[in-house]
Design a protein around this ligand. Structure first.
Ligand code: FUC
Length: 776
């Protein structure tokens, strides 16, 4: 039997030390390039695999200061934002080890280090357990009594430089001994009065342990388990967003001590083997839903950094392309779990005092991109943290809706809370921004967001979600637009409107009326609201307003270059703004929206002109967006060009995507785009191998999902679909595009007459399986 390869990243050397602790500069080489991330949606950790002093850096996503432009010019571009919780340093003193390997095991969610030192084989394993909510670090050796080490965790950025600036963003923190084997890390982030706590316990097998001066000394153990639990007094609740006084946002929420203590104690009652089993079962159940093989598996034997460098020199690797796909899924499983906060701009990993762009939730493309792969790549429930976040900020977003309508269209103002909701670009666990004073992105950002709720429903057909939250979110966004649109010459247009981050000739952000981004997003939201109302059997007055406005939005206008116009007033491509801008917001109706498709061939042709004009050369997430767009535009070789370009230009040695700096949106956008190269379903049917490039002529994917609640396995050879196995989870009509006639089996039984004019069509019941096979 062929040896099963494992999806893993591995290296023959520890993460090199390159100015790891420099808080002022966005130092990019050390932490973000070489450390390996693990996470459980509550905590993230990066593992360095070092031999002298191991470094495991831990992030907790509620440890925030406000985002602000610093008075201190030494800070890169912003101060505040997400803060580093802890650096767990472990003196091992094995500098002269041999046979070294460190790895990130994607299938089981663990970071491993193995090596030989003075004839003894050592092995370290670290994972962040979702079921047990703890970080587990295990040290083993193949000879007894060989584990001797010192653990000395640090709380970074205490006496923060911000204090000197006087902005109230101080951080206190102290490491003390709780008992002879447990350390306590406690402190306060002063601005939002965040109380944080972590406990770290050593459980040696054999040997001894004692604590002193904030350190744990382990001597001559046969094996050692370190267990780390952490939390803050943060709770995701509407009051956090509504409360204006930063010091009162968390008022009344319990100190984390009791929860952290019980999490630690509960984990310590379990054996290491049990903790490991519970973690790997949980992680693997999500990870194994999708499998992708594009060939080139011999490359699995090459260290990841070497494979990447080879690729960058022109020796491409189908294996690496598939691995990067799975890595996006791995990162989502690690950074976005029900009950936790959503994945931020860096997922759940940050070593700085001032994270790049504060590790915020940026709503003019970044946060949406984070969740684009969730449903199609078989991880729909990992989107729920964002839905929970939205539920919590909704009262504030509605208050912003009231303020917007009162300011710009007072004649349309209804009672407070009845003007719909709106959200600006910047958002964090403690506040969201409004659309009141237009800066660089129009109010379409709100519908860019609500589309996520529709897509979650459309893939899962989770009607309870639609009934309980999705519909209200879509409807209330429509209510907002119905009050915000201005009737101008028979059209309904957003005014003032802005295509994200574009600037006009004066160098300022360009403000206009009815730009394509805003109009397309209004259209998408209106359309989804009507569809959702029909599904739920709802009829209410707002639906008539939508019906009267939806055909007068001009969401797509074609210009003199044959392009989709970014602005109504533009004639030729690129006439206004930067023609090569990283944002490509006038194509949101192509992806993630569905307004521009093969059923609108003129618009589709215009979208290609625009994509061509924008150019493929771009930064991290923007390259990923181009990948998604070329894929929807059904240009497989252009999509492949973006796959190649991302691996050559935007991927770091640990396979994180860089903008620069590291932003995780690019990783997620890559996974979303590659998924759609293999299967699309936005046009009312499944389109297998929708944008399959020649380079991927043979392959297989299993567990990839489609709208309508379908899940599919695909096999193809020489660019031709040879087999497809579909499970209908929700029942309903199934249509599959296959240009050639095929054989069809439903629940194992041969059925004829289902293929006609390039489509297999049939009604399915929940649980039905459909097998489609090419005729030989
Ligand atoms: C958007 C982008 C920037 C950056 C930031 C986090 O504003 O335009 O390039 O990615 O988000």
């Amino acid at each position: 039997m062929k040896k099963q390869i494992r999806d893993r990243l591995f290296y023959r050397h520890p993460a090199p030390a390159v100015d790891d602790f420099c808080p002022y500069l966005m130092e990019r080489r050390g932490w973000e390039r070489y450390s390996l991330p693990i996470g459980n949606g509550f905590l993230g950790a990066t593992v360095f695999g070092r031999l002298e002093t191991e470094r495991i850096q831990v992030t907790e996503n509620s440890m925030f200061n406000p985002y602000c432009f610093p008075k201190d010019k030494r800070v890169h571009m912003c101060a505040g934002g997400l803060n580093n919780l802890a650096e767990i340093l472990i003196d091992v003193n094995h500098a002269l080890a041999t046979d070294y390997e460190r790895s990130l095991e994607l299938e089981s969610g663990e970071a491993r280090v193995v090596y030989r030192y003075e004839g003894v084989r050592y092995r370290r394993t670290a994972f962040l357990s979702y079921p047990d909510r703890v970080l587990v670090m295990r040290f083993e050796a193949d000879a007894p009594g060989m584990i001797t080490l010192t653990v000395h965790p640090e709380i970074p950025f205490v006496r923060d430089y911000n204090e000197a600036v006087g902005d109230g963003c101080g951080k206190t923190g102290e490491v003390t001994e709780q008992d002879d084997r447990t350390l306590l890390l406690r402190g306060v982030m002063e601005y939002f009065d965040i109380h944080y706590e972590a406990q770290l316990r050593a459980i040696p097998q054999g040997g001894s342990v004692f604590s002193s001066h904030g350190r744990l000394y382990v001597e001559r153990a046969d094996a050692l388990t370190l267990i780390f639990a952490a939390g803050t007094n943060y709770r995701l609740a509407p009051s956090v967003f509504m409360e204006k006084d930063p010091k009162k946002k968390l008022a009344g929420f319990p100190d984390p001590h009791d929860t952290v203590t019980s999490q630690l104690n509960a984990a310590c009652e379990k054996s290491y083997e049990e903790l490991y089993r519970r973690h790997t079962e949980d992680f693997g159940a999500l990870y194994h839903r999708v499998r992708l093989r594009l060939g080139g598996e011999a490359d699995a034997a090459v260290p990841t950094d070497e494979l990447l460098h080879r690729y960058q020199e022109g020796r491409e690797s189908r294996y690496l392309e598939a691995l990067l796909y799975q890595y996006g899924r791995y990162l989502l499983i690690s950074s976005s779990r029900p009950g936790g906060l959503p994945a931020n701009l860096q997922g759940i990993w940050n070593c700085y005092a001032s994270a790049p762009w504060s590790s915020g939730y940026w709503h003019n493309v970044n946060i949406q991109m984070n969740y684009w792969p969730s449903c199609i790549a078989g991880l729909p429930e990992l989107f729920l943290p964002y839905a929970d976040y939205a539920k919590a900020y909704m009262p504030q977003a509605k208050a912003f809706g009231d303020a917007y309508v009162a300011k710009y269209n007072p004649q349309n103002l209804s009672a407070p809370g009845e003007n719909g909701w709106t959200i600006g670009t910047g958002a964090w666990p403690y506040q969201i921004s409004n659309t009141l004073n237009l800066s660089h992105s129009g109010p379409g950002t709100g519908a860019f967001t609500s589309l996520l709720f529709w897509d979650y429903y459309d893939y899962t057909r989770d009607e309870a979600f639609l009934r309980d939250f999705g519909y209200a979110a879509l409807r209330d966004m429509s209510v907002f637009f119905s009050k915000a649109l201005c009737e101008i010459n028979g059209k309904f247009l957003i005014k003032d409107s802005a295509s994200p981050e574009q600037r006009g000739p004066d160098g300022n952000h360009y403000h206009t009326t009815g730009c394509a981004f805003d109009q397309q997003m209004v259209y998408e939201n209106y359309k989804r609201t009507l569809q959702a109302a029909e599904i739920l059997g709802i009829e209410e007055p707002i639906l008539d307003v939508i019906r009267s406005q939806i055909d007068r939005l001009d969401p797509v206008l074609i210009g003199d270059s044959g392009q989709v116009k970014e602005y109504r007033e533009e004639h030729f491509y690129g006439e206004i703004g930067d023609p090569k801008h990283r944002h490509i917001s006038h194509l949101v109706g192509l992806y993630p929206g569905t307004l521009i498709s093969e059923t609108t061939p003129e618009w589709m042709a215009a979208a290609r002109v625009t994509l061509q004009g924008r150019g493929d050369k771009s930064t991290g997430w923007a390259a990923a967006h181009r990948l998604c767009l070329w894929t929807r535009a059904k240009c497989p070789e252009r999509a492949m060009g973006m796959v190649r370009s991302m691996l050559k230009n935007n991927i770091l040695e640990n396979l994180w995507d860089t903008h620069p700096p590291f932003q995780i949106d690019g990783n997620f956008g890559y996974t979303a785009g590659v998924s759609e190269m293999l299967l699309q379903s936005q046009a009312g049917y499944l389109d297998p191998l929708a944008a399959l490039p020649a380079e991927w002529s043979d392959g297989q994917v299993s567990g990839i999902c489609a709208r309508g609640g379908f899940c599919a396995d695909l096999t193809w050879k020489s660019g031709r679909l040879t087999g497809m196995h579909i499970v209908s989870r929700a029942g309903g009509e199934l249509r599959v595009r296959t240009d050639e006639p095929v054989q069809v089996r439903v629940n194992g039984k041969r059925r004829t007459g289902l293929w006609e004019d390039g489509f297999v069509s049939l009604q399915t019941a929940p649980g039905d399986t459909v097998d489609i096979k090419a005729k030989d």
